[in-house]
Structure formats: C-alpha cells, structure tokens
Design a protein around this ligand. Structure first.
Ligand code: 8X3
Length: 249
C-alpha cells in the first residue's frame, strides 16, 4: 500500500484526490490549515483506508518540518508527495496589486511548496524511490493580464518542477506537474476575497473542469508502473483553449 501526502487536502482538488485515493487503497497523510475539516476527513475516509492528518500552513517552515519529521511510524515512509496547496489572491493590474496578496501567492504557491518538498525529499533520496507531483496551472504556461503575480508564482512552479526532475534524476525519483485550467472549486472565491457572485461568474456559460477530473489524472499519474513518469500534463475543459480563449454560451 503506497503512502501519499497531499497538501491542501481539505478542499477542491486536494479533497477530491483524497477521496478518490481513499477508495483505491492508498494510505493517506492529509495536510491543511483547517483542523476541524481535517478531523472530519479523517473520520469520513478513515473507514476506507489508513489516514493521518497534519495541521499546518505550508508557509510555516518550522512546523512543516517538525510535523513531517514526527509522523507516526506507519506513515513515515512517503511514496508520493502531491504539492497541491495553492491560492490566487486578487486579479489586478500590477500597479494596483496589493503587496499582501503578492506575499500570500509567492509564500504559499512557491515557498510553501519548497518547504514541504524539503521535508519529504531526503527520505526519497535515501531510498532511491519516490514521486513528487506539483500542481501547476495553465497560468504556469502562459501569462494573462491582471494575473501577473499569480502567473509568476505558477511559472515558478513550472521551473521548479523541471529543475527538481533533473536534480532528483540520479535517485530515481519521479517528478512531474499537473497543470489544470479552469476548475470549479473555491479558487475564484478566494481570489475575489469571498465575493461569491463574482466568483461564480467565472464558471458560468460553460462546463468547467471539476476537482474530480483532476483527481482522476493524479490517480492515473501515481498508479503508473515505476518506469513511467508523467512529467508535465496540462488539463483544460473542452470549452477552454487557453487562459483567455473560452467558448461560452
Ligand atoms: C487556475 C487557472 O485560469 O484561473 O490556476 O489561472 S486560472
């Protein structure tokens, strides 16, 4: 039974992935900031598979390192790391952007991913096996107006994934990225700071991806035989052709 650590596991893509992997016999380490949701998840999915949860904010590097280091013995060997925690904050031209929003995106999407990776990779290197999947974005492949810093953070994820794959190549550690386009999650609600009406409009007039669609892709990626690495996969809904080309009703 493989052990999979998922960050940002309490909502969206992370949650759908946790639910799918629980049904498919993976041992899960679910990480997130919301203790209550983590406890609910542990109860809900604990009936299906072995679960432990880690409450942390990926920005807290000491806490991240400490909690991963002190995992219970049954969960100490991590076969797969899914760096999923990520957020967008604001959608503004660069001259109107907020420094707090920029900090949040860079700290969570880029530095948080690095902190968790730093805590997990050494044991994979030691064993000469393991898999890291970073959740990128179409925003890591092309830049769109007003998304400058978010796109910058996801381009960083793209570059970091490529570099990680090279650096970890001698240790047979598989590294890849899954880059979703528009997925119907609370992503836009967070981006627009709780303005649900504006958030919902983002997904109106076409069928966006659902978190379950990306969970399927992640399950596929981690269930490949050891010689197969899904290195870089961009997934869009049929209505989307690029960040700004969308076939809406
Ligand atoms: C999410 C996709 O188009 O909002 O990463 O940047 S988009």
């Amino acid at each position: 039974m493989k052990t999979v650590l998922i960050t940002g596991a309490t909502s969206g893509i992370g949650l759908a992935t946790a639910q799918l992997l629980a049904q498919n016999n993976y041992r899960l380490i679910l990480c997130g900031r919301n203790a209550e949701k983590l406890a609910e998840l542990e109860k809900e999915l604990g009936a299906q598979t072995a679960i432990t949860t880690l409450e942390f904010d990926v920005r807290d590097k000491e806490v991240v390192a400490e909690k991963i280091k002190n995992l219970p013995a049954d969960f100490a060997t991590i076969d797969v790391l899914i760096n999923n925690a990520g957020n967008a904050h604001g959608l503004d031209p660069i001259h109107e952007g907020s420094i707090e929003d920029w900090d949040a995106m860079m700290d969570i999407n880029v530095k948080g991913l690095l902190y968790v990776s730093h805590a997990v990779i050494p044991q994979m290197k030691e064993r000469k096996s393991g898999q890291v999947i970073n959740i990128g974005s179409t925003a890591g492949k092309e830049v769109y107006p007003n998304g400058t810093v978010y796109c910058g953070s996801k381009h960083a994820v793209d570059a970091i994934t490529t570099g990680m794959r090279m650096d970890l190549n001698p240790y047979s550690i598989r590294v890849g990225a899954v880059n979703p386009g528009l997925v119907h999650t609370n992503f836009s609600e967070v981006r627009f700071k709780g303005d649900s009406e504006r958030a919902e409009k983002v997904y109106q007039g076409f069928q966006p991806l659902l978190p379950e669609d990306i969970a399927d892709v992640l399950h596929f990626a981690i269930s490949r035989p050891p010689h197969v690495n899904i290195a870089d996969l961009t997934v869009m809904c049929t209505a989307q052709a690029s960040s700004k080309v969308l076939n809406k009703d």
